[in-house]
Design a protein around this ligand. Structure first.
Ligand SMILES: Nc1ncnc2c1ncn2[C@@H]1O[C@H](COP(=O)(O)OP(=O)(O)OP(=O)(O)O)[C@@H](O)[C@H]1O
Length: 572
């Protein structure tokens, strides 16, 4: 089979196709040798739903030499139940046991890997197996699908001796897989049904844009499809998915890539079996000045900064335009998202030769800002950046407003204030009269593709421009991160890297532990230490969670929970 031609008439079509694939994968036909994962993830909805069904089947088959196997969607064996000792020993010998993969690429034609490859119920009998040690067996595998998305979650397989096999084997496997899917519907479907009813209620309530999301599902009403261009839909969905982690109602405004501004209200939905996702209602705000300006994202952004993500380019263009028109502006955004960088770049883009004064207001003592502000204002043409304006007390803000009222401002002075996300509304109204326009800088995760250009840019800033490059694998890790601390966090990470690697190629192992995580919030120092310790132990233990937990003195359950909480992602 591994070297000679096969007579197409003598073999079933699906089996012949699988033999060809096995041959292409260079699977050994005289032995079973397959990768082993010591610690497969056993906390999945599939295993939770399958447990009771497998218990019941195991009971029914207790007098028969039939093994019940459950795998994940990659053919990794998660559970195997065999009452018959002889069969059990044989299956151990051919590595059909928990932790081993029965994917076609490793084992060749078999009821598990071949069924997953073809995405359909498949039985493989005796000599149809590619590896000769499996000749005495028959197995029937049936993929198990997510009840709503249809995505294959895993597979149910029944394996017995070839001499005992018949058509009933596949029929029983199908019925059992169906029972597991029904159980999944009860568990998962309840969530989705709750979300669907909440979505329908929101649609019935008005004419606006309604979206509903959870981790597996997205629903959009007609208004969303008609009023929003695809990039705006994607940006809204990204924001909605982000809101999923919060369990409270929220409303917020956001700039959309097309230039429109939307007001969103997010309502979480819960079901009897836990959180079910959330419903977002959105309203487009009519801000003609912004809406009318469609931005070509291929244009270069402002001088001294990089990035081509639609939201980022839009923010840069708006700040640049306000700088040219000398319209005082508030630049709002998450920590480290590049507010000051945009303000400086807009200054350079409009009046590079004039001075740009940055007055840091965070932590400044009462009244101490007054002298530098007056000095900056008196300098004539140029830019004054009021950095972290929201950190001034209300009283100080009123005092600053009075200073600005009194100063006979040169019309060629441009004022720009940076404030933390969501803090703009709390600023003193008298002061805000001086800042008639505002722009929101998007967090890095909303223009994550810009990591590709930010990395070389920031490496150059750190003095390593032509000396250091990122390997594709390391870049992939950086692109997967959520960057709760935004570009400033990315800069910190690269600063750590250049301490240890001064030239050459940055590989994944050169990146600090935080790059192995996809956490959505900024961790406190204690949490960061714990996360780093877990990542290091996992790397030392080649991804083996039990060994990592042992070395840290943690229980397995705790390390699983922490891996989930910190979004740690280390392949075994
Ligand atoms: N698009 C970009 N191109 C180049 N550098 C950037 C860009 N975005 C951010 N940076 C760099 O990232 C770092 C953090 O940016 P910056 O200080 O402007 O953020 P911020 O939002 O003002 O921070 P804070 O929240 O502390 O006020 C700086 O070194 C800045 O030069």
């Amino acid at each position: 089979m591994s070297t000679e031609e096969v007579d197409a008439e003598s073999v079933r079509k699906t089996i012949l196709a699988s033999w060809w694939r096995s041959r292409t994968h260079r699977v050994a036909a005289d032995q079973v040798k397959t990768p082993y994962v010591a610690d497969p993830n056993l906390e999945t909805p599939l295993l939770q739903s399958a447990g009771a069904v497998l218990d019941a089947l195991e009971d029914k088959l207790s007098d028969l030499a039939v093994s019940v196997v459950l795998t994940d969607d990659q053919a990794l064996v998660l559970d195997r139940r065999t009452e018959d000792r002889a069969l059990e020993r044989y299956l151990d010998g051919v590595q059909l046991a928990r932790g081993f993969s029965y994917a076609e690429e490793f084992v060749g034609t078999n009821g598990i890997g071949t069924a997953l490859e073809g995405r359909q119920a498949t039985a493989v009998f005796g000599h149809e197996h590619y590896a000769e040690n499996l000749d005495t067996l028959a197995c029937a595998g049936v993929p198990i699908r997510h009840p709503i998305s249809g995505q294959v979650l895993g597979l149910l397989d029944l394996t017995c001796w070839k001499k005992d096999a018949g058509p009933l084997l596949l029929a029983l496997a199908k019925a059992t897989a169906h029972d597991i899917e029904t159980e999944l519907t009860n568990q998962v479907g309840l969530r989705e049904l709750s979300l669907f009813s909440a979505y329908l209620r929101a649609c019935r309530r008005g004419q606006g844009i309604v979206l509903a999301v959870n981790n597996d599902l997205v629903m959009l009403n007609d208004h969303a499809r008609q009023l929003l261009v695809p990039e705006d839909q994607a940006a809204l969905l990204a924001r909605a998915v982000e809101a999923l982690s919060s369990q409270s109602d929220r409303s917020l405004s956001m700039d959309l890539p097309s230039g429109a501004r939307a007001r969103l209200s997010y309502t979480p939905v819960s079901s009897d079996v836990g959180p079910a996702g959330g419903v977002v209602r959105a309203r487009l705000l009519q801000e003609p000045e912004v809406v009318s300006a469609r931005i070509d994202t291929r244009q270069p952004v402002l001088p001294g900064i990089v990035g081509t993500g639609a939201l980022w380019v839009r923010a840069c263009h708006s700040v640049g335009r306000f700088a040219r028109d000398r319209k005082w502006t508030v630049v709002e955004g998450e920590p480290g998202s590049g507010k000051l960088a945009v303000a400086r770049a807009a200054h350079s883009g409009s009046t590079a030769s004039a001075p740009c004064e940055v007055v840091e207001l965070d932590g400044i003592k009462a009244g101490e800002w007054e002298a530098p502000v007056r000095r900056a204002l008196l300098k004539g043409p140029g830019t004054v950046v009021f950095r972290h304006l929201d950190k001034l007390s209300q009283e100080e803000q009123r005092a600053l407003a009075a200073v600005l009222d009194d100063a006979r401002l040169d019309a060629r002075v441009w004022g720009v204030a940076t404030v933390s996300e969501g803090e703009q509304d709390g600023l003193d109204t008298d002061l805000m009269r001086h800042f008639p326009t505002s722009v929101t800088v998007p967090p890095l995760r909303h223009h994550i593709e810009d990591v590709r250009v930010l990395v070389p840019f920031l490496l150059a800033q750190l003095g390593k421009g032509p000396l250091l490059h990122c390997s594709p694998a390391a870049l992939q890790l950086l692109l997967r991160n959520e960057w709760p601390g935004n570009a400033a966090q990315l800069r910190q990470v690269l600063r750590k890297v250049v301490h240890t690697r001064r030239a050459g190629v940055i590989e994944p192992e050169d990146l600090p532990p935080e790059c192995r995580t996809v956490v959505k919030r900024v961790l406190n120092p204690l949490e960061s230490l714990e996360r780093d310790a877990i990542v290091r132990s996992l790397l030392d233990a080649d991804g083996n969670k039990s060994r990592a937990a042992h070395s840290l003195g943690m229980s397995r359950a705790t390390i699983y929970r922490k891996i989930r909480d910190y979004g740690i992602d280390i392949p075994s």
